[in-house]
Design a protein. Structure first.
Length: 261
């Protein structure tokens, strides 16, 4: 029981409570969405420890990714095309840095293709986010992140799964608000969720490369947040949930089959 509590506290309880506090602090008027990566940081430190000033491990690149993404969103507000380009460039640089130890050890064209797929997906999602509104961004990102946490944890890396679970937990309060307000976006631009999206893609690549999550579930988890591009909110949520369910099913089937000789 004590071990279970130690697992749940940093990956679910603490980020959810901090998210609720941020929402309450703003008195229902405007949610400080740029604070989402900030309230994810205590869970990050609890699970990983303080990151090196110069990132020494793949996980250490996650928080600089979020910080610079927030800075881009805060200081460049008028040139929307420039925001999406800079966010995509930031994602590309960090993904290369995360995968560099593997690429340096043994060059892999397939890995480069996978990185390119994530970067393209990021650009499409970032470009949509800075130019349009979505009805349920928090709910879709919460479903995607929570699903990734389950898949990665069951796939063999509890630590990375907890990082994804903490990301989902900080979105729970906002997702509940969306549901209570009949699935309408809570007074905030979708672009405010870009730093969370950056964290999502970073964790996904770490899970794929270092936790060796199979390609099929990884591809479905990449598609899950793209549900935000859909105009029909009920279909968007269904698409995201379906991607997560199928990814989890494929992983469990692969795990079961590996038990037979």
């Amino acid at each position: 029981m004590e071990t279970l509590i130690q697992m749940i506290l940093p990956s679910a309880v603490v980020p959810a409570l901090l998210s609720a506090w941020v929402w309450w602090f703003n008195q229902y008027k405007s949610i400080v969405l740029w604070a989402l990566p900030v309230i994810w940081f205590p869970s990050f430190v609890w699970l990983i420890g303080w990151p090196s000033v110069i990132p020494a491990e793949a996980n250490h690149w996650l928080y600089p990714l979020a910080v610079f993404s927030v800075l881009i969103s805060l200081y460049i507000k008028t040139r929307l095309n420039l925001i999406s380009v800079l966010q995509t460039l930031l994602l590309a640089l960090v993904l290369i840095a995360i995968s560099w130890p593997v690429l340096q050890y043994q060059f892999n064209w397939m890995l480069l293709f996978e990185l390119l797929a994530v970067i393209v997906a990021g650009f499409v999602l970032f470009n949509f986010s800075v130019k349009r509104q979505a009805k349920t961004p928090a709910l879709i990102m919460a479903v995607s992140s929570g699903g990734m946490g389950l898949v990665v944890a069951l796939g063999g890396s509890l630590l990375i799964g907890q990082l994804a679970g903490a990301l989902a937990s900080i979105l729970i309060t906002l997702a509940v608000v969306e549901l209570m307000t009949k699935m309408q976006n809570p007074a905030a631009a979708l672009s405010s969720f870009v730093p969370v999206m950056q964290l999502y893609f970073g964790i996904l690549i770490i899970a794929r490369i270092y936790a060796e999550i199979p390609l099929g579930p990884s591809a479905l988890l990449l598609m899950a947040p793209l549900a935000g591009l859909m105009s029909a909110k009920r279909y968007a949520l269904g698409f995201s949930a379906a991607c997560v369910i199928v990814a989890l099913s494929l992983l469990l089937l692969a795990t079961d089959s590996s038990n037979y000789y």
